[in-house]
Design a protein around this ligand. Sequence first.
Ligand SMILES: *Cc1c(COP(=O)(O)O)cnc(C)c1O
Length: 471
Amino acid sequence: MNSKRLKKIDKSFIWHPFTQMADWLKEEPLIIEEGKGAWVKDIDGKWYIDGVSSLWVNIHGHRHPAIDKAVKDQLGKIAHSTMLGLSNVPATILAEKLIKIVPKGLAKVFYSDSGSEAVEIALKIAFQYSQQVKMTNDKCQMTNKIPMTNVKKKTKFLTLVNAYHGDTIGSVSVGGIDLFHKMYKPMLFKAFKAPTPYCYRCPFKLDRKVCKMRCLKEVENIMKKHHKEIAAMIVEPLVQAAAGILVYPKGYLSGIRKLCTKYNILMIVDEVAMGFGRTGKMFACDHENVRPDIMCVAKGITGGYLPVAATLTTQRIFDAFLGEHEQHRTFYHGHTYTGNPLGCAAANASIDLFNKERTLARLQPKIKLLAKKLKEFERLDHVGDIRQCGFLAGIEIVKNKRTKEEFPAVEKIGMKVIMEARKHGLIIRPLGNVIVIMPPLCISEKDLNKMMDIVYFSVKKVTRQEGGRKR
Ligand SMILES: *Cc1c(COP(=O)(O)O)cnc(C)c1O
């Protein structure tokens, strides 16, 4: 089918996610037909660096021979079979692989198909656990050291301001980005919200360490007052990515872990964006030796090939769901394509590659190079904060560098920058006025240099025009 016709069909029939379709319909759609390594090609034959890792999922590159082969081999066996009442080979192998690499204490894997679902499941498990754990306490006091009273009242959740955990109703309920979430408020359940250490725009201009202590104090105040009602606290580890790459001060995550333990609140860590190497370690939790009670993984799990997600829990949580059939302690939840064999085969190959290709070791110099390239942006007139954590970064475009005054949203400054970058062969996506740097972990130093030069040039060009016009 020719390129013109494909574009016409797209505009006629597709409703794109997170997209103002009125804008989309005015533009030429960019349609991808091929990929190779850190690059993708559109239907007109133009190649681009995949600077968003196909929305934060790609790790080892497109068309990696090992993952291609794993999926093809699996196709020669079976494409799908259900996990409801049956099991399959790749999902079984993957469960063991995951347990080996995730933080200690996590013992069971519950599969689903997207990050939102993994979060939804985590919330439901935490809720049901809290309803059922008392029975477990009575039954097996040996394994449950903390006797809990009134657990049935533990029906609420604690989350952070600016949080993003996905787009389904449960995950939106624990979200905190007004732009995405406000509209649905009447549909949502209420959650307690603690402040994020938003040091970049701290109204008190506090030092990061002080800011951290203050925020942890806030978390503790809420817990102290409401711990009898709170089943779990959910956090994105190290970085709130969707909020604009907001990096916590060191020790914030482990501080939350300590508080959750102290107040007998389950800790759910949403590793959907950070898991599988993005921060420079396999999981963000590893930076602060945090052991969550429940962990959600998705995006990078298959190396960016197929939709697979998982919610991992401790043995203790799992045990609270055991019982006689008629006790109805079963976790009544399951998505049809859960544990899909093709997806799990891709995930197995992707996890093996971390060893075979020493992915994390080879990433370290690229993290340093990224830091060096980001440094260059400091001299640009309209660049505010630059935030990096491992192999992701956010470059904030501001109207006034000194006061950090932002460009008004109507100027779509972030959008203009990425459209300029696109002309030069780079695909990136902004979060408001923040330019997100999220290349596949496999990108070469040469391509990373090229990518950052394109971003630099595009920011400079667009802000010079816009900044100039406004003054
Ligand atoms: C992307 C993301 C989700 C949602 O994952 P989907 O697969 O898009 O449903 C949840 N949490 C975090 C932290 C994410 O970045």
